[in-house]
Design a protein around this ligand. Structure first.
Ligand code: FAS
Ligand code: PHB
Length: 389
C-alpha cells in the first residue's frame, strides 16, 4: 500500500490528524494495534481546551459535543477547609468544555467510517522502517499476513508505550522525566455530580478531584500510594474518602453509586526531544506525558496535531517545508509550558510523603495566597484554559 502519511495509533491524536489531512485531500492510513471497542473502553480525559473544541469544529464534528458537552466557566481549589473559586470566564473571558475523551474518540471514529478515513484496527507487530530517509515504511501483521505501507511521512501517534519514539536513535533522542510517588484511583458512576463545577482538593489525607461526564454521570479521583491495588478499594471506601477529602459542602451533595469503572493510573511528567526525526513526527503521548492534574494530556495531543497538520498540509499543497522543519521546536515550546503548569498544580495539590509539615504549610500558604490574589488566580486560569497556539 502507498500513502502520503502513515499514522500509527487511532487515539485522539491519530484520528484528529487523520481527519485534518484527509479533509485537505492528503492520503492517509491509520494503523491501530487494538480494536475500536478497546480504544473506546479506555476512560481518560474529561476537560477539553478551546484548541480541542476548535479542531472538532474545524472538522465539522462538534455537533454532539455542543449539544451534550458542558461548558464550564470556572472550577474550585480546596484545602480541606475553604473552597477557592477560579472564575475562568471573569479572569480570561474564555471557558473549557467538559466532554469525555471517549466521546471525542467516538465522534472521530464514527466520522472515519462516513468520510472514508482508512483506519486499520487490530494491526499486530507494527514496525517503522527507514524513518531517517524520504521513503519510510510501516509493516504490520493482520489476518496471518505481513502488510507494508510505503509513505512520505510517518506520524507516531501511538501513545507512551508505542513503537514510534523508540524508532528514533538513542544518540538523537533526549528524555526528561519525573515519576510521582503516588497514583490516581479513578471511579466512574452514574450519579449526579456533587458540584456544578470541578473541585480539586488538597486535604491532609491527600488529593481528590470531583469531575463529571454529564449531569447524570460523575468521575472522581483520589490520590493513592503507588503500591495500592484497585481491589483494596471497594466502592464504599472510595466514597467515604472522597467525602472527607472534598470537604463537608461537597460531601453533603454527594450521591453514591456503583462504580462502572475503577482504575489506578500512575502519574509522571515526561518529555521526549526532538518530536521529529527525518520523516517521522511524534504527536501526543508518544512524545510527552503530563500528570492529569492540569487536564492537559488530551489537549496537548490536540495542539501537537494542530501544528503538525498545518505543516504537512503546507508541504503537500504548496511544497513548503518550513512547517515540518520547525514543527518540533514549535510544539515543544507549548509542551514545556503545559508540563510546567501540570507539574506545579500537582506539587500544590498532592501530599508528598517526604514533604512533612513544612511542605504542607507551604501548600496551605500558597492556596491562601491564591484565594487573596486575582493575579495568582488569573495565572492559573489562563494556563488551565490552554495557552494560545
Ligand atoms: P493515546 O494513548 O490515547 O492513543 C495512542 C493509540 O496508539 C492507542 O489507541 C494505542 O492502542 C495505539 N498504539 C499503541 N501502540 C501501538 C502499536 N504498536 N501499533 C499501533 N497502535 C498502537 N488526560 C487528561 O487530560 N485528563 C485525564 O484525566 C487523563 N487521564 C488519563 C488516564 C490514563 C490511565 C492515561 C493512560 C492517560 C490519561 N490522560 C488524561 C492522558 C490521555 O488522555 C492522553 O493524553 C491522550 O489519550 C493522548 O492521546 P494520544 O496521544 O492519541 O495517545
Ligand atoms: C476527568 O474528568 O477525567 C478529569 C478532569 C480534570 C482533570 C483530570 C481528569 O484535571
Amino acid at each position: 500500500m502507498k500513502t502520503d502519511v502513515a499514522i500509527i495509533g487511532a487515539g485522539p491524536a491519530g484520528l484528529l490528524l487523520g481527519h485534518l489531512l484527509r479533509q485537505q485531500g492528503i492520503d492517509v492510513v491509520v494503523v491501530e494495534r487494538q480494536s475500536a471497542d478497546y480504544v473506546l473502553g479506555r476512560i481518560r480525559a474529561g476537560v477539553l481546551e478551546k484548541v480541542t473544541v476548535d479542531l472538532m469544529k474545524q472538522l465539522d464534528l462538534s455537533d454532539r459535543m455542543m449539544k451534550e458537552g458542558l461548558p464550564h466557566e470556572g472550577f474550585y481549589l480546596a484545602d480541606g477547609e475553604k473552597l477557592i473559586h477560579i472564575n475562568i470566564a471573569e479572569l480570561t473571558g474564555s471557558s473549557v468544555m467538559v466532554y469525555g475523551q471517549t466521546e471525542v474518540t467516538r465522534d472521530l471514529m464514527d466520522a472515519s467510517k462516513s468520510r472514508g478515513l482508512e483506519v486499520i484496527y487490530k494491526a499486530g507487530d507494527v514496525a517503522l522502517h527507514d524513518v531517517a530517509g524520504n521513503s519510510p515504511y510501516v509493516t504490520y501483521q493482520k489476518d496471518g499476513q505481513e502488510h507494508r505501507i510505503d509513505a512520505r511521512f510517518i506520524a507516531g501517534c501511538d501513545g507512551f508505550h508505542g513503537p514510534s519514539r523508540k524508532a528514533i536513535p538513542d544518540t538523537v533522542g533526549k528524555t526528561f522525566e519525573r515519576v510521582y510517588p503516588f497514583g490516581w484511583l479513578g471511579i466512574l458512576a452514574d450519579v449526579p455530580p456533587c458540584n456544578h463545577e470541578l473541585i480539586y482538593a488538597n486535604h491532609s489525607n491527600g488529593f481528590a478531584l470531583a469531575s463529571m461526564r454529564s449531569s447524570t454521570r460523575s468521575r472522581y479521583y483520589i490520590q493513592v500510594p503507588l503500591d495500592e491495588k484497585v481491589e483494596d478499594w471497594p466502592d464504599d471506601r472510595i466514597w467515604d474518602e472522597l467525602a472527607v477529602r472534598l470537604g463537608p459542602d461537597a460531601a453533603a451533595n454527594m450521591t453514591r453509586g456503583t462504580a462502572l469503572e475503577k482504575s489506578i493510573a500512575p502519574l509522571r511528567s515526561f518529555v521526549f526531544e526532538p518530536m521529529r526525526y527525518g520523516s517521522l513526527f511524534l504527536a501526543g503521548d508518544a512524545a510527552h506525558i503530563v500528570p492529569p492534574t492540569g487536564a492537559k494530556g488530551l489537549n496537548l495531543a490536540s495542539s501537537d496535531v494542530a501544528y503538525l497538520s498545518r505543516a504537512l498540509i503546507q508541504f503537500f499543497k504548496n511544497g513548503n517545508s518550513e512547517g515540518i522543519e520547525t514543527y518540533s521546536d514549535t510544539a515543544l515550546a507549548r509542551v514545556w509550558k503545559s508540563e510546567r503548569f501540570s507539574w506545579s498544580l500537582t506539587q500544590l495539590m498532592h501530599r508528598f510523603p517526604d514533604d512533612g509539615a513544612f511542605g504542607r504549610r507551604m501548600q496551605v500558604a500558597e492556596l491562601d495566597y491564591i484565594a487573596s490574589s486575582e493575579a495568582a488566580r488569573k495565572s492559573i486560569a489562563e494556563n488551565y484554559i490552554g495557552l494560545p497556539l
